[in-house]
Design a protein around this ligand. Structure first.
Ligand code: KQY
Length: 364
């Protein structure tokens, strides 16, 4: 029977492996709420089903759904995808799901962070978020895995690790007043060290422009392998993303990882810039206490929000002139994997992309 442990992964010899390490399976949730997903979430459900089907070619996928969507999700998802009932407020498994940790003896456990919808009553995206808050524990129960309850508000999209002691995050997100206003940067970093078992935390200043998560790192930069990074980029100096990407590039160039290596940084040109259309906003329900979305809003579009599964990388595409180059560059940088483009605009309209809707469960 799984237990909730009062120690920490670091104390017990567990650490978070890199996303590109072998997986047992991928976890997702099913989109439903009509204030996030237009037209009663139908286009988003199709997009999520396409992502699930792409990943399921390479590893098992489990999708958690609210009870009233069970039959619909079961019908729309391929038969090899497991569908389980997990109540949720929205569909971001990266952020409300557990962070899995492993030890060197084949054991896997999970970290259950506190979740407050990206900023709680300060600047959170919806209220309530109580169902999301319980998702991580339910996933761990289903898998029969022990759980660490971390006393820190954190979403999985706000961290990346190389599995060799280095963590990337952004100050814009983890120091934002809506997350852990009573903790200092040093205290937050101490929790990251304890619960991820990393030795070095790199605090990038800011995430992607107009990202409603207060700058999640998973939209900005990711590890391709230890010591090697992909960074979203634009050559347009007048684009507000330019100074953010340049700032990240200069910061990372001056840093070393936990093992003392300097980084090789690959720039991946962003799509667009992309904006919400009037037709897209008209398909959204207006709901009290949730983020209003307006025609003309800039979308935080980035190819970096891709997902590593076993032997592949699933990359969002936007029907944009930059798609082909992004896929080609990633394929060249990841020669041992199939780089697969999957339409990402409908997921982007909800404020994230493929990385945000997936969560890897590592092999023990
Ligand atoms: O960046 C992510 N990990 C998630 C984006 C969540 C957006 C919520 N509307």
């Amino acid at each position: 029977m799984p237990h909730t442990l009062s120690s920490t992964p670091c104390a017990d010899g567990f650490f978070m492996p890199a996303e590109f390490a072998p997986h047992k399976q991928t976890w997702m949730l099913w989109p439903q709420r009509p204030d996030t997903w237009r037209l009663g979430a139908k286009p988003a459900q199709k997009a999520f089903a396409t992502v699930a089907a792409a990943i399921a070619r390479f590893e098992p996928v489990t999708v958690g759904v609210n009870h009233d969507q069970y039959a619909n999700a079961r019908a729309l998802l391929p038969p090899q995808v497991r569908v389980v009932e997990i109540s949720n407020n929205d569909a971001w498994m990266r952020d409300c799901g557990p962070t899995f940790v492993v030890n060197g003896r084949g054991q896997v456990r999970g970290v259950d962070w506190r979740f407050n919808a990206w900023g709680g009553l300060y600047n959170g995206l919806y209220f309530p978020w109580d169902l999301d808050e319980a998702v991580a524990q339910k996933v761990l129960e289903i898998e029969g895995l022990d759980r660490y309850k971390a006393p820190l508000v954190l979403e999985g999209g706000s961290i990346h690790v190389d599995g060799q002691g280095t963590c990337l995050t952004t100050a814009e997100c983890l120091l934002s007043p809506g997350r852990n206003p009573d903790l200092t940067q040093e205290q937050i970093e101490a929790y990251l060290r304890d619960y991820l078992n990393v030795q070095k935390v790199l605090w990038l200043p800011r995430g992607v422009y107009a990202d409603e998560t207060s700058g999640h790192v998973d939209n900005l930069v990711c590890f391709l392998r230890p010591g090697e990074l992909a960074l979203t980029w634009t050559d347009d100096r007048t684009d507000p993303q330019y100074e953010r990407s340049l700032e990240a590039y200069e910061y990372l160039r001056a840093q070393t990882d936990a093992r003392g290596r300097r980084f090789t940084i690959h720039k991946i040109h962003q799509p667009g810039p992309l904006y919400l259309t009037a037709e897209e906003t008209e398909g959204l329900d207006q709901v009290e206490n949730s983020l209003p979305r307006r025609a003309g809003d800039r979308l935080a579009a980035s190819y970096i929000n891709f997902y590593f599964c076993n032997r592949a990388a699933i990359v969002p595409t936007f029907n944009d002139p930059h798609d082909a180059q992004a896929l080609a560059v990633l394929q060249r940088l990841l020669p041992d994997r199939q780089v697969i483009g999957v339409p990402g605009r409908e997921i982007l309209l909800g404020g994230g992309n493929i990385h945000c809707i997936t969560q890897q469960q590592p092999l023990g």
